[in-house]
Design a protein around this ligand. Structure first.
Ligand code: VGL
Ligand code: ZN
Length: 192
């Protein structure tokens, strides 16, 4: 059992329409994480919601996408329905929203690298020492966010049933990288 305390934050990564089934870059079974995350939200004092927030000509967009790093179908174009949070996600009024990869030539998978926010600093100001990471996609933005959170010296817990990924092989590698960096892996049933 892992007990959630006031020094914990939940970072809900990119739970946006384009990353859910039916979206341009829909992640298989991505919708299954939404009710799990909703049930966790009231248990955290500090909540962060991140979103991929691309310009229409973002450098990662391809007409013939390979569905891997650097070659994606157009997705999460700022201020479009595809970039909106999933309708069922219960985003509170006072949640901290981080928009990332908002410039054409800059990919920002990590929520800690958004050019217009200093997430690590903001979390420290809230008294946060440990972050729980959930959302999409395990092999890209969740992985990068968890690794950067470790690099910024937070304790990091990834909730295995509250994440979903693009491809099995990159998901497997992402877990190996995260565990090697000291990330803890838990199931939401083991949170108290
Ligand atoms: C992501 C692919 C492209 C993510 C963002 O949120 O994991 N994946 N852009
Ligand atoms: Zn993107």
């Amino acid at each position: 059992m892992t007990k959630i305390t006031p020094e914990d934050a939940l970072i809900a990564v990119d739970i946006q329409n384009d990353f859910l089934p039916g979206g341009t870059l829909g992640v298989h079974a991505g919708h299954r994480i939404v009710p799990i995350i909703n049930s966790l939200l009231p248990r955290f004092r500090t909540l962060v919601f991140t979103r991929d927030w691309h310009p229409p000509d973002h450098s990662s967009f391809s007409e013939d996408p390979a569905y891997r790093d650097g070659s994606w179908p157009p997705h999460c174009v700022r201020d479009t329905p595809g970039a909106a949070f999933h309708d069922d996600l219960e985003v509170p009024q006072d949640a901290f929203i981080v928009s990332k990869a908002a410039e054409r030539d800059c990919e920002e998978y990590s929520s800690f690298r958004a050019s217009n926010h200093d997430l690590a600093n903001w979390l420290r100001e809230q008294g946060v020492t440990r972050v729980f990471v959930a959302g999409l996609a395990t092999d890209y933005c969740v992985r990068a966010t968890a690794l950067d959170a470790r690099a910024a010296r937070f304790q990091v817990v990834v909730i295995e049933d509250a994440v979903a990924g693009v491809s099995d092989d990159t998901v497997e590698k992402a877990w190996a990288d995260m565990l090697a960096a000291g990330v803890e892996r838990v199931h939401s049933d083991d949170l108290q």
